[in-house]
Design a protein around this ligand. Structure first.
Ligand SMILES: Nc1ncnc2c1ncn2[C@@H]1O[C@H](COP(=O)(O)OP(=O)(O)OP(=O)(O)O)[C@@H](O)[C@H]1O
Length: 923
């Protein structure tokens, strides 16, 4: 066909490239058609004249028109004698052929009815497609695909011109493509003739009606869409090739018309209304765009502007060819067209090349991205693994360090034990240096007298913590043989392991439990139960025990400390619910009638050689004997026992002191040398004390009462000691002095104590240690140098606990301790209600910043306790609150001497004390 144009060359392609980034405007041209036959027959005249390629001039000089402009300038103006070809070449080609470069473009024909829009657009479309094919033929290095679709917008309904289906098409909004016409037919063009066929179909399908101005007036807006896709042939088989894809729209608008002019009615009138309305929207969009992109652009007011949004100031190159009739009779419509054209030429566009990834290329790119992300993930994983490895390594190092420290401690202990073995009497002499397991099988008669037992050589039984279990039952605590009998019944005392060392009764907590009574954290239910029954302070509970003079089985009351002691073997720092339950169960067992206690099976000691002594003291002395049997064992004593050392009862503290301070040896040596004298004196002293104690009733006192009794009793003893001094007493005092001297704190102990206590507080928090334990410890240990061993034990125990909880296998244990701590806070919150008055509660809430009108105030408060490990004031306040709630407040006021926590005792004869669980128990 002659329409194929050879002017498509590389310059066109280059031009589109160069202008890609330019701020272009809509190319606007005017095509003025010649007067048609109707106009000529009506003797109409041409008012418009193209005076050059860009200017059109209004020729009519009538006065009434003088106020209006007479000359209009555009990108190009075409007179009546210009061919469509020329119009294409000069006003449409550059824009239209942008499509082969991947740039969207649109060619509009705008003008009044019968002005030549269809006439012009038919030519433009054909010329463009022809040039595209020509371009394709000239660019064999690329592979092109042309797709064609066609639609019309008739009465605001979108119709597919390549389909016989009359159903209007829906418009969809695509985030990337903008508005798309759903299900529109898109035909891949085989060749030029194929397009001609399709154009014929479109022409046949388009709504055309006869009007007074145009026998074949287009009654719809027509949009012919040609999509050109191309890619370089060299990458044809490559998955990396990309595709250029763009669309050129050929838009033949319906003509603006005046109903009066075309004498329309009925269908034509309706069509005209839709046409004018949509053109009005188009004009509004153009006008607004010409003034800038500020404000709302009513693209969506009509299907036309919605579909062509990208061509109206969007990313498409646009050319508008405005067609006009020069006839005087259409001057108003012509001026409106010129006004529209004037606005349109102000509208900028933002055309750019569309590079479309092929599916394969897209898949390839996605695969690369996936691989990159996978590598990134692997790197992160390896990094994470290395972090885990580091953490594990740190833990291993810590464990290794702890193991080393434990080994060192063990060695020190063994060393001390070894040295101690050299100091204590031989087995034959004092019957006490047998190994523990041997001792357990020693028959009762071998054990000597009560006084012997009290003496240094026989007191090994009292070092047995399990003996404390025995004496917890008041029915037996007066019988010195019970400890041994207990052993006879096969009670085994396994060698303590390292873990036991860290968790056994050498810990301050266990120690406290021995001497202060049951650990509240081990019997919450019991505490609450007690409070429910009696809202008095538990620690001041006084229970009277009537001792049957004939049998020891009739004692009824088991003191709280005894109960706790009985539970020593079941000590568990985590205090989970299982432990609590077990504790309660055990307490029930202890509270059961003594008849069921295994101790009753043991033979009465009345047939022993010491029976006289005991029978004589059935009243007071028996109790006294029991007290002596249960001389409070300091942790140091217990530690010595753990080593299998049978130590002297009186010097048990001293012996243990040896383990961590060699200076104490001198005192022990002195005492050992005078052991016989000491024993004799002890016997006498004991008898003396027994004489003083005549009552048959033993009272287990509350702490306050204990303090009073202690002071009174202690003073009496001191007085007696001062008035009846003897050598053994002096020796004893000498020993104690030696111990006290050895425990003089270094000048910087106070600072060291503060430092270690802070560390312990931190570890308590880390290890979820029960708050009551913390409170006990915090209140009792205030920095006395003699506390150093407890501080150190606590530190090591917690350090070990921290490490062990840090292992992956300790998750359950960790969770359990957290749950226990949570429950403990809940229990404390209940105690707030029970133990504090309303006023006290309110004051407490205010002090701790708990809103008075908030819910669960008590729990809020308890959840704050012991949480700020850095703030010592907070810790003190927390301890005070917990102490108040669980009734251990007075502990802070109890002299340590009374509870056996310190060697800094008054300078009195220690033999003169009647101990029961660390407190004077006999009145
Ligand atoms: N430049 C021109 N030279 C010669 N004839 C023309 C020219 N422009 C249009 N015509 C003729 O004028 C008549 C109307 O043209 P056309 O149908 O293209 O107008 P239109 O603007 O599309 O009208 P409508 O809006 O009503 O569809 C046709 O017979 C057409 O051949």
């Amino acid at each position: 066909m002659s329409m194929i144009n050879n002017n498509v060359d590389e310059s066109t392609y280059a031009d589109t490239r160069e202008s890609d980034a330019q701020d272009e405007k809509i190319f606007v041209s005017i095509r003025l058609r010649p007067l048609n036959e109707r106009e000529l027959s009506n003797n109409d005249v041409a008012d418009w004249e193209c005076i050059n390629n860009t200017t059109i001039l209004y020729k009519n000089s009538l006065p009434e028109r003088s106020v209006l402009p007479t000359a209009y300038t555009f990108d190009r103006v075409f007179g009546g004698d210009c061919s469509t070809r020329q119009v294409y070449e000069e006003a449409a080609k550059r824009v239209a052929l942008s499509v082969v470069s991947g740039i969207n473009s649109s060619i509009f024909a705008y003008g009044q009815t019968s002005s030549g829009k269809t006439y012009t657009m038919c030519g433009i479309t054909e010329y463009t497609v022809a040039d595209i094919y020509d371009y394709i033929h000239e660019h064999t290095n690329r592979e092109f695909v042309l797709k064609f679709s066609a639609m019309e917008i008739y009465n605001e309904a979108v119709k597919d011109l390549l389909s016989s289906d009359a159903m209007p098409l829906r418009l969809l909004d695509d985030p990337e493509k903008g508005t798309v016409v759903e299900k529109i037919t898109e035909v891949t063009l085989r060749d030029w003739s194929h397009l001609k066929e399709l154009l014929s179909v479109c022409e046949a399908q388009r709504k055309i009606g006869e009007t007074s101005l145009n026998e074949t007036s287009s009654r719809s807006h027509q949009i012919l869409r040609l999509t050109v896709e191309s890619r370089a042939c060299e990458f044809k088989r490559s998955q990396n090739s990309s595709t250029l894809a763009a669309t050129v729209n050929f838009v033949d608008l319906a003509g603006s018309e005046r109903a009066s002019q075309i004498l329309s009615a009925g269908t034509r009138l309706k069509e005209g209304c839709h046409i004018n309305r949509s053109l009005l929207t188009l004009g509004t969009v153009i006008r607004k765009l010409s003034k800038g992109r500020n404000g709302h652009i009513p693209y969506r007011d009509s299907k036309l502007t919605r579909i062509l949004q990208n061509s109206l100031g969007g990313n498409a190159r646009t050319a508008i060819i405005c067609t006009m009739s020069p006839a005087h009779g259409h001057v108003e419509q012509s001026r409106n067209t010129l006004l529209f054209a004037s606005c349109a030429k102000q509208v900028g566009t933002n055309a750019h090349v569309n590079v479309v990834m092929s599916e394969k290329a897209l898949v390839k790119q996605l695969q690369r991205e996936l691989a990159r992300l996978e590598n990134q993930l692997k790197n992160l994983g390896s990094l994470s693994n290395s972090c885990d490895s580091l953490a594990l390594k740190e833990k291993e190092l810590l464990i290794e360090k702890m193991d080393k420290e434990i080994r060192e401690l063990t060695q020190q202990r063994d060393h001390a034990q070894s040295r101690l073995q050299n100091l204590i009497p031989s087995p034959g002499e004092y019957q006490v240096s047998k190994p523990w397991d041997e001792l357990s099988s020693v028959s009762e008669p071998e054990k000597g007298t009560w006084l012997d037992e009290y003496s240094a050589s026989e007191a090994s039984e009292t070092i047995d913590p399990l003996h404390l279990d025995v004496i917890s039952s008041t029915s037996h605590f007066s019988d010195r043989s019970e400890g041994l009998s207990f052993n006879k019944h096969g009670k085994q005392f396994p060698e303590p392991s390292e873990e036991q060392f860290l968790c056994d009764d050498t810990s301050p907590r266990m120690f406290i439990e021995k001497y202060f009574g049951p650990d509240p954290t081990k019997g919450w239910e019991k505490i609450v139960e007690r409070i429910d029954l009696n809202n008095e302070d538990n620690c001041k509970e006084v229970q009277c025990i009537e001792i049957d003079s004939m049998t020891y089985r009739n004692s009824e009351t088991v003191s709280s400390p005894g109960k706790a002691n009985h539970n020593l073997e079941n000590f568990d720092i985590h205090h989970d619910s299982r432990t609590l339950k077990a504790t309660v169960e055990e307490q029930k067992t202890i509270e059961s009638p003594v008849d069921s206690h295994p101790m009753e099976q043991y033979p009465s000691s009345s047939d022993s050689e010491n029976s006289d002594s005991r029978s004589t003291d059935d009243s007071g002395n028996r109790s006294c004997g029991a007290v002596l049997t249960t001389v409070p064992l300091s942790p140091r004593s217990t530690m010595a026992k753990e080593d299998g050392i049978l130590s002297m009862a009186l010097e048990k503290d001293s012996i243990t002191s040896l383990e961590h301070n060699n200076r104490k040896f001198s005192g022990l040596v002195s005492l050992a040398d005078d052991k016989h004298q000491h024993r004799e004196h002890s016997q006498e002293s004991l008898k003396s004390n027994s004489t003083d104690v005549k009552e048959e009733t033993i009272k287990v006192l509350g702490l306050d009462e204990m303090v009073v009794k202690y002071e009174k009793f202690g003073n009496d003893v001191v007085l007696a000691a001062e008035t009846t001094p003897d050598k053994s007493e002096e020796d004893t005092i000498h020993v104690l002095d030696g111990i006290r001297d050895s425990q003089v704190a270094p000048s910087n102990w106070s600072m060291e104590f503060e430092k270690q206590r802070a560390e312990i507080i931190q570890l308590w928090d880390t290890c979820n240690i029960p708050l009551v334990h913390r409170t006990y410890f915090f209140l009792v240990f205030k920095g006395d140098p003699s506390d150093s061993i407890y501080i150190e034990v606590e530190l090591r125990r917690l350090s070990f606990l921290k490490v062990s909880q840090g292992t992956t296998t300790a998750k359950n244990s960790r969770a359990s301790s957290m749950r226990a701590l949570y429950r403990e806070r809940e229990m404390l919150s209940k105690l707030i209600l029970k133990k504090l008055s309303t006023k006290e509660r309110m004051t407490l809430f205010q002090k701790w910043g708990v809103g008075l009108k908030t819910k669960k105030r008590r729990l809020q408060l308890c959840r704050q306790l012991w949480t700020d490990t850095e703030d010592m004031d907070h810790i003190k306040e927390s301890a005070a609150v917990v102490a108040k709630l669980v009734g251990i407040e007075e502990l802070s006021h109890v002299p340590k001497e009374i509870v056996g926590l310190s060697f800094s005792t008054p300078q009195v004869n220690i033999r003169s004390f009647n101990w029961k669980h660390g407190v004077p128990s006999l009145v």
